[in-house]
Design a protein around this ligand. Structure first.
Ligand code: COA
Length: 328
């Protein structure tokens, strides 16, 4: 995620909760405890609404910005089949953004407001999409491991409390599972290929490991939103739980391909917990606050897309004024 400035500052939760109607709040929390879904017309605390908008909007922005590092490889993908796959994946990701923007709109923030907040740098999106994809192998690592990480997070949160977000996540997870297979197939191809291909995929994994570790968010002990989000079942697993689950599932698969995880301290202790070198959380803060290697470039592309698409939106808003009788 990019702009903002509030990162790692304490949320205003307790203050706001004090101003909620205690009876409505109790009924709301009882519904959540029973596992019921909250729907758009239902009463909800202001903080729940704000947190959902923040999470879903950032997620939507991540999907749309996430098309850029992979989209860069559509024209250069190795061969026709990979090109078709890459194009379909990028289209799917745009579709995910649409589903998520629609879910966020049900909470009262318009799409225009969200888009403006993205391109002005106010809103955030995932750290990982602010890194470049200098080789095809980088793109395959995104397709496999970032999508794998996303599935870990989203499968958990699809069981959460807000109906529109959960339904969007369920649909997204189905497609992400297919992306993961596509990515895995492409990585296997490189990892079992020539020495040069193996070198290329290992180098890409080395570049991406640290951003992937950061992808799940800061350690639980410094995560400012986890407590409120888990209490209201927006978030169903903590950042560290998701990171651990990812390591459980993917470290063995990386090893099976003869690749090395670039962390000499990575190991599973007797209790089954993965120990690892903490990624550079200072770099993470820089990247999510707009100072990563590609932040400026990513937002510039979105700004251009907004400007160039303005006439289409205007025409759709004023169909009568824009309609021109065809000449033939
Ligand atoms: N990239 C960018 N920013 C991140 C991040 C990441 N990988 N992980 C955390 N942050 C930001 C948070 O947005 C928050 O900043 P803010 O207060 O300015 O919004 C700050 O770091 C503190 O993190 P935390 O308190 O742990 O935030 P959180 O409880 O919302 O957890 C996520 C972060 C990403 C795990 C959570 O928001 C989430 O599950 N989002 C939905 C899934 C998603 O967006 N996936 C990425 C695209 S596939």
């Amino acid at each position: 995620m990019n702009g903002g400035g509030d990162t790692f500052e304490a949320p205003v939760s307790s203050d706001q909760e004090q101003h909620e109607d205690p009876e409505k709040l109790a009924m709301f929390e009882a519904r959540i405890a029973r596992g019921e879904k909250i729907e758009p017309p239902d009463w909800m605390p202001t903080l729940y609404r704000q947190q959902l908008i923040r999470v879903i909007e950032q997620h939507a922005h991540s999907e749309i910005i996430g098309t850029l590092p992979e989209g860069a490889w559509i024209t250069r993908a190795p061969g026709f089949r990979r090109k078709m796959g890459q194009m379909a994946k990028v289209q799917d990701e745009v579709g995910h953004a649409q589903l998520l923007y629609s879910a966020a709109e049900t909470l009262g923030k318009t799409r225009e407001e969200m888009m403006n907040d993205l391109i002005s740098g106010k809103s955030k999106y995932s750290n990982v999409f602010n890194y470049p994809t200098p080789t095809w192998a980088d793109s395959t690592v995104i397709s496999w491991l970032i999508d794998a990480g996303a599935i870990v997070n989203q499968l958990a949160n699809a069981k959460g409390s807000y109906g529109p977000y959960c339904r969007a996540l369920e649909r997204i997870c189905v497609e992400e599972s297919f992306h993961l297979k596509y990515g895995h197939d492409a990585v296997v191809h490189l990892a079992t290929g020539s020495a040069k291909q193996r070198e290329m995929i290992q180098a890409a994994l080395n570049r991406w490991w640290s951003p992937i570790m950061m992808f799940f968010g800061p350690p639980d002990k410094t995560s400012v939103h986890t407590k409120a989000l888990m209490k209201w079942k927006v978030k169903m697993a903590t950042n560290d739980e998701c990171r651990q689950q990812f390591l459980d599932m993917y470290v063995p698969k990386i090893g099976d391909l003869g690749l090395t995880v670039p962390d000499p301290n990575l190991r599973q202790n007797a209790a089954g917990t993965w120990e690892y070198t903490e990624p550079d959380w200072e770099e993470f803060k820089q990247v999510i606050n707009g100072n990563g290697p590609c932040n400026a470039e990513r937002l510039a592309v979105r700004r251009t897309a907004e400007e160039k698409g303005a006439w289409v939106r205007e025409a759709l808003l004023r169909p009568a004024a824009q309609y021109t009788t065809p000449l033939a």
